[in-house]
Design a protein around this ligand. Sequence first.
Ligand code: GLA
Length: 489
Amino acid sequence: MAPHLRLAPFRPHEGPPELHGAARVGVRPGTELIHTLAATGERPLAFRVSGLPAGLSVDPETGIVRGTAPAAPGTHPVHVAVGNRLGATSATVELVVGDALALTPPLGWNSWNVYGETVSAGVVARIADGMVASGMRDAGYAYLNLDDFWHAPARAADGRPLAHPERFPDGIAALAEEVHARGLKLGIYSDAGHLTCGGCYGGYGHEAIDAETYASWGVDLLKYDYCHAPVSREAAVARYRTMADALAGCGRSIVFNVCEWGLRRPWEWAPELGAAYWRTTPDIFDSFSYTFWGVRGIARRNQALAEYAGPGRWNDPDMLVVGNRGRGRVASNLPVGRPLHLPFSVHLRGLDDRQSHTHLSLWAMMAAPLLASSDPTELSDVDRDILLNPEVLAIDQDPLGQQGRVVTRRRGVWVMRKPLASGGAAISFSNVSPFRARRRLSLASLGLAGRPDVRDAWARESLGPLDHLEVDLARHESRVFVVAPPAGG
Ligand code: GLA
């Protein structure tokens, strides 16, 4: 355990098996499904699965489910058992065939904050391997998302999108295959203007051919940015609707991410278009600051939007910068009307251990998409323990899909409460002040009656039945508790 943090060390490929990741998986009728039944524990693992609808099959060693989803909408409970030399466990995963995708917040990786305009097929292969070797995939991280700059200088003569010929010499379809073979899904990036924020060609006017091509490539997610596009909300809604409709009709399950930085209250209109998540803030930088680009400033803005989140529709306070430690690039496009593209990288000091685990605590409590934008092959032990902690990820992924709400911010300690599917709740304390802080809260004051069982999620420890929570927090430290439902309730 890191001496100054209550953080359980996590070795994803040691010990008895544990199942992680989404407990509810959405897929459109009759479309391809690629889904890894995420499990940690010593290899080899053996999966036994029952209840998979016809057309889908599982690899018994990797837990990768592939095939075509049923043509009819419906819910299929799939029973998953996994064992190794040291033990066995089981769980039920619900496969929901219908319109809604991302029934729990997407977990994955995004190229932007680490690679910017240098992203390439080589980077993707390295990251895909890194996501598997680091245990990220097995902890539930499923998407590998290309951000800006995968594009060729221009589209093909017939209007089709093309990938950059030198950085993606075999094209995106080959890349998607590589990514899928590892049980991961591939995301891509475009823009509702004629150019992307970085100045590559945008999607405006090419929505149908883009959706069709992305589907034929095997793309699983689209982040759709809003640079070089009209300011008005009406125009934005119309442009996003055109792309959403093209994706809905493309014959593949492609998660749609609206990225206009929260400037036009997308939480009010994006869910109706079928978007699974929408950015609520400007770009995050590798900073804990209380600014509009820092972890605290961004969290504060996103916390106010809890009522808009639910299964299949999430507020997105932007990527995780955990793991960058100042090595990452700073976002080089500031969405201030006209995008400002800086042709160089700026480096900040980054987050320390406590700030990193507070960043993840807040994002998990907010049921945010968790898209790591750091290099999984260079994670320190502490950063891996933070990014992969199964109990904190499970709070984010809780199938009830509620975004936690702020109970109090008294004297710089944010207390949040997130109701869970169990009938209990997750409670977090985040000391965003520069001073040490002690707090004691009765569970009754949080609406949790009796003396329920309490777990410390970061420490992965049971604290037994309690009627109050008590914390002694260093500057920028968080504690996250999972409170069981009241006995008999
Ligand atoms: C905008 C987005 C970022 C990133 C860049 C790429 O700034 O908000 O997340 O996608 O564009 O150019």
